[in-house]
Design a protein around this ligand. Structure first.
Ligand code: ATP
Ligand code: MG
Length: 463
């Protein structure tokens, strides 16, 4: 619902205007005194102000100038009588959006108001577009034909149609949660409205509430002008709460209430805003475990988890690897990188690798491989995969002698170290980091194991 402030010293006139606009579904406030209107605008935000030009206490142009100091992007319509068109033009120069000449018909008024609101929406859209363009080059559809991905595609298509349901996308880093959220928005009836992102891990705790719900001028030190929050910007569209597990406890409570009512006040404000927003949340943690550990509110979890979508790690859908590799080689070529293909061995190595960084890692290592390869074919050598899951160089001989830094001994040492490190990690994982048991299993003494843990910088939770 859009909010309108009407300022007219003639009470009856203000009342009539107010009634017309309320009838049209606007949230209307009327004021007969410009000073009180200004005071009100300090604590509340309005989408539109309609002000009389000639008022005994202060003229409409001055009111406009002072209002715009508080809300620089406020739309103002000036009402003027015959003979004062000059002043109306001056008002436009001062930033009034439009003017209407008295006496005007109801239709005339409504057309002007609708135009102003439309303009406001375009302005807000632009704010969002700028943010989008700066951060994200373009969206890519989700590549993948594995049964798991087919299932994800089905879920996305279905949930896109129900444009109210909250979605919780879970999956390890780089599995495509962001991409999935954008796909849902793009396929939904909300596609022409904004897709707004809040990264809950990136915003400082103290600014989070204002980031979500906006603030009025002077709400806190540094709030030099009023600002809409992400919820307002996402009105009619989709709000993407990325890394939702990182949200601080206080805000979790507030968010829960807002999700239930879709109503909120800006920080330092008194007016209640109501929005129509679909929320998609994402996390690379297992949110239910965060709930069990007491770090995430259970009620909020259930509120977000209406439609759960869990994207499996790439290592669990290896069928997708060749398709994704092909997709990346095409994409990189389109971006101006050299056209290359993968040797059979390279493709096998890719399929065997376990991708802790998932699809993102696959993309990155292919990009690196194009730079490292000088021919038209990428071989396992250029992939630089840690031999976690890869059978030891099947493409030998010939491969080792050309490896960058040179000596066969050096390559052997690196491979041995890597293998040792992996075995240590695996054993520690299996023994739940019980070092005594791990040392026994590995056939080394406790002290040696401790030294090796330190040397390789191993820590629990990183395996
Ligand atoms: N199925 C896919 N098809 C094509 N590209 C993909 C796919 N999945 C992921 N990507 C690409 O991999 C990269 C990482 O994906 P995205 O940012 O969506 O991951 P994420 O799950 O949000 O990761 P994080 O938890 O680190 O935020 C992006 O460049 C994305 O385009
Ligand atoms: Mg992401």
């Amino acid at each position: 619902m859009h909010s309108v402030l009407i300022v007219d010293d003639e009470k009856v006139q203000a009342g009539i205007l107010g009634e017309i606009l309320s009838h049209e579904g606007f949230d209307v406030t009327t004021q007969t005194h410009p000073e009180t209107a200004l005071a009100l605008a300090q604590t509340q935000s309005f989408d539109l102000v309609i002000s009389d030009l000639k008022m005994p206490q202060m003229d409409g142009v001055e009111l406009l100038q002072r209002l715009r100091k508080i809300h620089p992007d406020l739309s103002v319509i000036i009402m003027t009588a015959h003979g004062t068109i000059q002043t109306a033009v001056k008002a436009m120069r001062e930033g009034a959006y439009d003017y209407v000449t008295k006496p005007f018909s109801k239709e005339e008024l409504l057309i002007t108001v609708q135009r102003a609101i439309k303009n406001l929406e375009i302005l807000r859209e632009n704010v969002y577009l700028k943010e989008e363009l700066g951060l994200y080059p373009s969206s890519t559809p989700l590549v993948g034909k594995s049964p798991a991905m087919q299932n994800i595609h089905r879920m996305i298509t279905k949930v896109a149609q129900d444009d109210k349901a909250t979605v919780l996308v879970q999956g390890e880093t780089g599995t495509g949660k962001d991409l999935a959220a954008r796909a849902i928005h793009q396929m939904s009836p909300r596609k022409d409205a904004p897709f707004i992102v809040v990264n809950c891990a990136a915003v400082p705790k103290e600014l989070m509430e204002s980031e979500f719900f906006g603030h009025e001028k002077g709400a806190f030190t540094g709030a030099i002008s009023a600002k809409p929050g992400r919820f307002e910007l996402a009105d009619r569209g989709t709000l993407f709460l990325d890394e939702v597990a990182e949200m601080d406890a206080n805000l979790q409570g507030k968010l829960l209430r807002v999700l239930q009512t879709m109503e909120f006040e800006r920080v330092g404000g008194t007016r209640t805003h109501r929005v129509n927003v679909r929320v998609i949340a994402a996390t690379n943690k297992i949110l239910q475990e965060e709930v069990r550990a007491g770090r995430f509110r259970e009620d909020l979890f259930y509120r977000l988890n209406v439609v759960p979508i869990t994207i499996p790690p790439l290592r669990d859908r290896k069928e997708d690897i060749p398709l994704l590799a092909e997709h990346y080689l095409k994409k990189l070529e389109a971006e101006g990188k050299r056209k290359v293909q993968l040797s059979q061995e390279a493709l096998e190595a890719l399929v065997h690798y376990n991708y802790p960084g998932n699809v993102r890692e696959l993309g990155n290592l292919l990009e690196r491989a194009i730079i490292l390869s000088d021919g038209k074919t990428i071989t396992p050598r250029e992939l630089h995969l840690y031999p976690i899951d890869v059978p030891l160089p099947a493409d030998a001989p010939g491969s080792l002698e050309r490896t960058g830094t040179g000596s066969l001994r050096e390559v052997g040492r690196q491979a041995a170290e890597e293998a040792e490190r992996n075995l240590l990690l695996k054993t520690l994982h299996q023994t739940h980091w019980n070092r005594i048991n791990a040392a026994k299993a590995l056939g080394v003494d406790y002290k040696t194991l401790r030294l090796k843990i330190r040397r390789y910088g191993l820590t629990p939770g990183r395996d």
